[in-house]
Design a protein around this ligand. Structure first.
Ligand code: PA5
Length: 359
């Protein structure tokens, strides 16, 4: 065990020196650079030999901060793809994986055991591999098999490389004819990320900064995070995992309207003093009845003013970018407000390293 619960200290979110001191790993700077990261990733994806035949199915294998790129692809493909897209998180691939499968393996380090094992299974089954990584065993495996490889910039925490991972994963699907051309929406996402970084920047005071406001509101509470539409659901997952890793707290998350059929019971009797509700809404992706569903569930649990962030208008990736930027900034401010360094992930590292020595 890593020791005592970190001391809760006054937030100091509007004091630049205090922010810098409390964020020694520079996570806020990483988050702010997501737009430029997206443009660099687009160039890397465009330089890679990704073009291939239309597959029968796309499987994206990856874990944690890398694996969420598979969720993004599945969400993008949902409304338009003629072939199924599945994100797999674990060592094993489904039995249907075979020569008609496009297997996109995504691992920032390239050394995540589950992902490498899944790739070995996929290659043995005859799947067509595309690898997205900064190096490691995955890069070696792809090179040794002559499989397309998108080599992305190294040196980040995997979760701080979201757009480095999402862009090539989605580009691999585009190049196989699974998604329509993406360049315009990737550029729009980069611009959105720049705009959100300006709006949620440390220099913007708490009174005008929704991410700082949300972080302070969630301080010492369990966030219950619901996302609407396919993209809102992915953003809710991202909000949870970013709060886990940047703020070192537990979070409950789920997709609307599914949460109305189970999670809502956990809020019977109201939120109480120890929880707060966050709604990440992708209104263009909602069903017509979702507005009424959201109203009904808020009324039923007696929540009048959840934290709400909407994705706005624009293409899918730009709308997603607006929600993920909010998750990234809010979780980092929350970690800082809690008095924890957002960047290190000691327990996660400890688990991975214990398993790697057993391999
Ligand atoms: O956020 C993290 O650091 C983790 O969730 C990692 O992404 C996860 O352990 C998988 O590692 P990698 O992204 O290097 O494959």
């Amino acid at each position: 065990m890593s020791g005592a619960t970190p001391e809760l200290r006054p937030a100091g979110l509007d004091d630049p020196a205090e922010l810098e001191q409390r964020d020694p790993g520079g996570m806020l700077g990483e988050v702010a650079g997501a737009g430029q990261q997206t443009r660099v990733a687009l160039r890397a994806a465009q330089a890679a030999p990704l073009v291939g035949p239309l597959p029968e199915v796309v499987v994206v294998a990856g874990m944690g901060g890398s694996g969420i790129a598979g969720d993004v692809l599945a969400a993008l493909a949902f409304a338009s793809s003629a072939v199924p897209v599945l994100a797999v998180k674990g060592d094993r691939l489904p039995a249907f994986v075979g020569p008609g499968t496009l297997l996109v393996a995504v691992s920032y380090s390239g050394n995540t055991a589950e992902t490498v094992t899944a790739v070995e299974q996929g290659l043995a089954a005859g799947a067509r591999l595309v690898a997205v990584t900064s190096g490691g065993a995955l890069a070696e495996l792809a090179s040794s098999r002559g499989a397309p490889l998108v080599t992305i910039e190294g040196g980040r925490m995997p979760r701080a490389a979201l757009w480095s991972l999402v862009v090539p994963v989605c580009s691999a699907a585009e190049a196989a004819g699974v998604l329509p051309p993406l360049t315009d929406q990737i550029c729009a996402a980069a611009d959105t990320l720049d705009g959100e970084a300006a709006a949620l920047d440390p220099k913007v005071p708490t009174s005008e900064n929704p991410a700082k406001q949300a972080a302070l509101r969630l301080l010492d509470r369990l966030p219950v995070v619901w996302g609407s539409g396919q993209l809102g659901a992915v953003a809710a997952t991202r909000f949870r995992t970013q709060c886990n890793e940047n703020a070192k707290i537990s979070v409950v998350s789920g997709p609307l309207p599914e949460v109305n059929h189970n999670d809502v019971m956990g809020l019977e009797g109201g939120l109480g003093p120890d929880r707060d509700l966050v709604l990440l809404r992708d209104e263009p992706g909602e069903h017509d009845r979702d507005v009424r569903r959201i109203e009904a569930v808020l009324e039923a649990v007696g929540v009048g003013d959840p934290v709400v962030r909407t994705s706005g208008e624009g293409p899918d990736l730009a709308r997603l970018a607006r929600l993920t930027a909010f998750a990234d900034f809010t979780s980092t401010y929350l970690g800082i407000a809690r008095g924890v360094d957002p960047t290190p992930i000691h327990t996660l590292d400890q688990v991975k390293s214990a398993l790697s020595t057993q391999a």
